[in-house]
Design a protein around this ligand. Structure first.
Ligand code: J2J
Length: 540
């Protein structure tokens, strides 16, 4: 087992195996079986290629050999930052077969994040693309290698250009006879946490637990070999990866279609052309699709299920799904740490429109508790704690943080404030964690506060959410200046120039003389949120 990864106590592991959740299968074996059972069927479609199960399997094998020749070994960490292209899966399966551990970065991440992932995980390699959405990732890779004390090998899916990097395509080598791969209890990859602290946390997921999560999701979501799944969200995110997402669909022998962009034009063309049956969106994206669908000439009638999750879906948006798309809405409330809840496809309309569903597994333990960890009555609002067969017991190399975020009994404190209906469905009511959910993209307030504090004219900073009609929430930075306040725009530019993902840059800056305090003298973020809300919606 990769060191620094807390795992399940043996009695739980034994039970999860006995109950049939953990079946001893690895990702590498999953694809091998896929190639045997579904051979020439198309597994993946991207904007350049159509790849069969057999081809994906063979390409993953050749890449496994090439990565091994380059020196990537069992349990080495490899930062993977790829857009929605087929190479993502070749790379994942090759690393899985090697037993190397992908660290999933998002395409929007920049020097601060990628540099941190490489350094913190001591990555052997960094696999990225040439250009995406007008951004040259090779320039970023050059900055990363200049910054990180022990720079990783850089591998480019596409054209390395003038840089001394490896081209992914050149790494394909003659496969060697099967060597012993990882075991199903090993860490398969490190997934990114939405986070609420100064630095992003990494989530260790095992082959056993992750395969269970999407296999069981397949049953709930009706995924089988006839499913055509459209990956429109960034595919490295946990939602489109596993709920049941691309991996669930590949497990079932279905077809994964990758959209490079999520605009209605591109997405609707793909739905029509590929006869897509299932796709997933965050609420603001669903809203854009709903508006555009009312006008479109495209035939979207193949779509059977539209999943919405990542942030709370308003009832108003939920109500429009069936009349507009003729598809069933499925609300999905999940987290990369584990627990995923779904409304079921045959749930009454009321449940689908007004709740975020219920857990995947009969052995997902869910507690709703007060501030003292005492269970509240059904229907009352409280903190959601959970443990179960696919929920981690701790973050990667984060002992101190783990002691705070996991109870001594191993329950994960999700930071979500929820209530449960008498039927057992969960309704998300709010959040206790210090995070902004910007239309599904999570921003840890402390991380941004640290960037602001690096500015010479900033004495103190507090980042909070403010309501937004389109994204649900945006971020507002309250700043106590040191002497003469800088201009808000300058601060925003300053944060941007530090090289971090665009969605983390504050949407607004407000200067104040001092922060409101709580009874114990801490900055009262509740008061700051109320203040900006009053400013935005004066009639409230
Ligand atoms: C309200 N808040 C939600 C929802 C997530 C499936 C779906 C989503 C994620 C995800 C995921 C929400 N309503 N429907 O990993 O497999 C907020 C909660 C939660 C946090 C987790 C999946 N769906 N959220 O969004 O790790 O606050 O995973 O704790 O990015 O998003 O964020 P993340």
């Amino acid at each position: 087992m990769l060191s620094g990864c807390p795992t399940w106590p043996e009695e739980f592991a034994r039970y999860y195996r006995q109950a049939g959740y953990w079946r001893g299968e690895t990702f590498g074996e999953l694809l091998r079986r896929g190639a045997e059972e579904h051979g020439e069927r198309i597994a993946l479609v991207d904007d350049r290629r159509r790849i069969s199960y057999r081809e994906l399997d063979a390409r993953a094998d050749r890449l496994t050999a090439g990565l091994r020749e380059l020196g990537v070994e069992y349990q080495d960490r490899v930062v993977v930052q790829l857009p929605n292209i087929a190479e993502f899966f070749e790379v994942c399966f090759a690393l899985f077969r090697l037993g190397a551990v992908p660290v999933f970065a998002l395409p929007s991440h920049r020097l601060t994040e990628v540099g941190y992932f490489c350094e913190f995980s001591a990555a052997t390699a960094y696999i990225t693309t040439d250009t995406e959405a007008g951004f040259d990732h090779r320039e970023l890779a050059a900055e990363v290698t200049a910054k990180v004390p022990e720079p990783p090998h850089v591998i480019i899916a596409g054209d390395p250009g003038e840089h001394p990097f490896h081209a992914l395509e050149d790494l394909h080598a003659e496969p060697v006879a099967d060597r012993a791969g990882p075991s199903s209890g090993d860490i398969a990859f490190l997934q990114l946490s939405g986070g609420s602290t100064g630095v992003p946390k990494l989530i260790p997921r095992t082959h056993d637990d992750y395969l269970y999560s999407f296999r069981a999701s397949n049953d709930i979501c009706g995924v089988d070999a006839d499913t055509v799944y459209l990956g429109a969200l960034p595919i490295a995110h946990n939602f489109p990866m596993s709920s049941p997402g691309t991996f669930g669909v590949l497990h079932a022998g279905g077809r994964v279609v990758l959209a490079r962009r999520s605009s209605p034009d591109e997405v609707f063309e793909l739905i029509e052309r590929e006869r897509v049956t299932l796709t997933a969106a965050v609420p603001p994206l669903a809203l854009v699709w709903l508006d555009a669908a009312e006008e479109t000439e495209r035939d979207l009638s193949s779509l059977r299920v539209l999943q919405i999750g990542g942030a709370k879906c308003s009832e108003e948006v939920a109500r429009r799904v069936r009349p507009t798309f003729g598809a069933t809405l499925q609300q999905v409330f999940g987290m990369a740490e584990g627990l995923v809840n779904y409304t079921r496809l045959d749930d009454p309309e009321e449940v689908v429109l007004t709740t975020q569903g219920r857990p995947i597994s009969p052995d997902d333990e869910v507690l709703v508790v007060d501030d003292e960890d005492r269970p509240v009555a059904t229907g009352e609002t409280g903190h959601l704690l959970t443990r179960g067969p696919y929920t981690i017991r701790g973050y990667y190399r984060a002992e101190e943080h783990n002691a705070a975020v996991f109870t001594p009994q191993g329950f994960y404190r999700t930071g979500d404030v929820v209530r449960r209906t008498p039927q057992g469905n969960i309704v998300v009511e709010g959040r206790a964690k210090d995070q902004i959910n910007r239309g599904g993209e999570k921003v840890a307030a402390e991380e941004i506060e640290n960037h602001l504090l690096a500015h010479q004219d900033v004495h103190d900073a507090a980042v909070v959410s403010m309501p937004d009609e389109y994204l649900g929430e945006r971020s507002c930075a309250f700043v106590v200046p040191r002497g003469h306040p800088p201009r808000g725009r300058e601060l925003i530019r300053f944060v941007r120039r530090r090289g971090l993902a665009g969605y983390k840059v504050p949407d607004r800056v407000e200067f104040v003389e001092r922060f409101p305090r709580t009874g114990v003298g801490k900055t009262s973020k509740a008061d700051l949120r109320a203040a900006i809300e009053r400013e935005l919606v004066p009639h409230l």
